[in-house]
Write a protein that binds this ligand. Structure first.
Ligand SMILES: [Zn+2]
Length: 57
């Protein structure tokens, strides 16, 4: 199980449409809020799904 810590940078298994695949965690709760480091887009991902889609770098 991945550990989510605000401020950490994680890598997504699939690239974002902008071409980037590194994301900074900006909020941790029931959902994890990630900011794409390449384009700045912010997404909310349920914790369980985030554990499948994101890897610690
Ligand atoms: Zn992006």
């Amino acid at each position: 199980m991945s550990d989510f810590v605000t401020g950490d940078v994680m890598r997504s298994r699939k690239k974002h449409p902008c071409g980037g695949n590194t994301w900074k965690i900006i909020r941790v709760g029931a959902d994890i809020k990630f900011e794409c480091e390449t384009c700045g887009r912010i997404i909310d991902v349920p914790r369980r799904e985030a554990a499948k889609r994101f890897l610690n770098i």
